[in-house]
Design a protein around this ligand. Structure first.
Ligand SMILES: Cc1ncc(COP(=O)(O)O)c(C=O)c1O
Length: 442
């Protein structure tokens, strides 16, 4: 990687890469150097079809002119403005646009810089809301097994992916977990939402009975669990969870970091599944992944609970130096405009059946033990190699990259979530190449 005239060694060692097998990568680096619409280009000049919208974030594809120009213009006009006690127009404009796009009860937006920060922010808002309402004893947080809520301490505490938790001590106190909703024996190779498992939401009643509902602040779930390998909510599950939360005065948080911005064919999964939480976290597709930005959407009731006391006093002691950063806000505005102008959420909905047919055509190929899909998201679960979990899927990922497609793996599951601008021919290439890969790996 050394540049002309650069005397430093050609060395990749300094960068400790996130969620990466560093030693393997540095032996066989995979470098992207540019991207346009549906394709990346590698340092050795190959085109790679983006089957994952980067990391589930470039929903409008790459190098989109409106977003590029908005960033270029903004950085030359107002590069940064203090986020505390000062404002700039674009953050307010973006918040309004987000509220317009979001389901009806959401009227306020708190900006963050990532999905992880959105999760921490939502958990803190939930705790502080109850305290503001005189229910400070509501301090417990409930997550779900196999849930992914980013990597900060709150997020891994309510999260349920064992590898993300086990090295990091005792985490937050007062957290409990619902069971995950993966029932492979009853729901294998189902298209869309599985029929079985709504009753798993009733486990919340068991947790309420154990701890006392009056001690629980919030339940946080991904409406569709993405990072653990695409687990769809069983039919009726989310509604049951909502009803139990309402019954006990518990806030429901949907972590929509992946499902936000059209992934399932609607603005948010809350709309797609017709179940409204009290708080929504988002990030990723908010700026098309181009500039880091996240947000928490709150209902009027939650927001207004804070808006009392002397007017000169800060209502919520929380925020980030880059909350609502001007360049991120400009990118967000241009992104939402691109989604709207190109009708990308409806486009995703329109392609969902074609996508489902293509994915399910992989049934019967070597190693495939389950296939799941919804909107423009899909997963192919492989039988693990005995004694070497994750190895088979990782081999598939490497071979897929060699053959010119980008997929993602988690455990022994191959996950795909392409940009919403994908064409049917791209779907054919993606799934056809994956079929070849599955035939060729051990
Ligand atoms: C549901 C969910 N929450 C939170 C996060 C964390 O987002 P970030 O990596 O931007 O911190 C992710 C990332 O994939 C996610 O899928």
């Amino acid at each position: 990687m050394a540049m002309d005239g650069d005397t430093r060694p050609n060395d990749l060692s300094a960068f400790w890469m996130p969620f990466t097998a560093n030693r393997q990568f540095k032996k066989e680096p995979r470098m992207f150097v540019s991207a346009d619409r549906m394709h990346y280009r590698t340092s050795d000049g190959r085109a790679v079809l983006d089957g994952t919208a980067g990391l589930w974030c470039c929903n409008a594809g790459h190098n989109r002119p409106k977003i590029v120009e908005a960033i270029q213009k903004q950085v030359a006009e107002l590069d940064y403005a203090p986020a505390f006690q000062m404002g700039h127009p674009k953050a307010f404009e973006l918040a309004t646009k987000l509220v317009d796009m979001a389901p009806e009860p959401f009227e306020h937006v708190f900006f963050t810089n990532s999905g992880s920060e959105s999760v921490e922010t939502a958990l803190k808002i939930a705790l502080a809301y109850h305290r503001a309402k005189g229910q400070g004893e509501r301090t417990r947080l409930i997550g779900r097994e196999r849930g992914y809520h980013g990597v900060n301490f709150g997020g891994i505490s309510v999260g349920g992916i064992v590898t993300n938790r086990k090295m990091f001590g005792t985490l937050l106190n007062g957290v409990d977990h619902l069971p995950h909703t993966h029932l492979p024996d009853r729901n294998r190779f189902v298209r869309g939402q599985p029929e079985h498992g709504a009753e798993l939401a009733d486990e919340l009643e068991r947790i309420v009975a154990l701890h006392g509902g009056e001690t629980i602040a919030a339940v946080i779930v991904e409406p569709m669990a993405g990072s653990t390998g695409v687990l769809l909510p069983p039919k009726g599950y989310l509604k049951r969870l909502r009803d139990i939360c309402t019954k006990h005065g518990i806030l429901l948080i949907f972590d929509e970091v992946i499902t936000g911005f059209g992934r399932l064919g609607s603005s948010f999964a809350a709309e797609h599944y017709g179940v409204m939480p009290d708080l929504i976290t988002c990030a990723k597709g908010l700026t098309n992944g181009v500039i880091p930005m996240g947000a928490v959407l709150a209902t009027k009731e939650i927001h207004d609970a804070f808006m009392n006391g002397p007017e000169h006093v800060i209502e919520l002691f929380h925020g980030y130096t880059y909350s609502g950063n001007p360049i991120a806000a400009a990118a967000g505005l241009a992104t939402l405009e691109t989604y709207a102008e190109e009708g990308l959420f409806a486009r995703a909905a329109g392609l969902a059946d074609y996508w489902a047919d293509a994915l399910h055509s992989l049934k019967g190929l070597p190693h495939v033990v389950d296939i799941r899909n919804e909107g423009l998201i899909g997963a192919v679960e492989l039988e693990p190699i005995e004694g070497a979990p994750t190895k088979r899927a990782f081999s598939a990922f490497l071979k897929a990259y060699d053959k010119g497609i980008l997929v993602r793996t988690t455990g022994d599951i191959i996950a795909m979530s392409p940009p919403l601008i994908i064409e049917k021919e791209h779907i054919d290439t993606l799934v056809g190449t994956l079929a070849d890969v599955l035939r060729q790996i051990d």
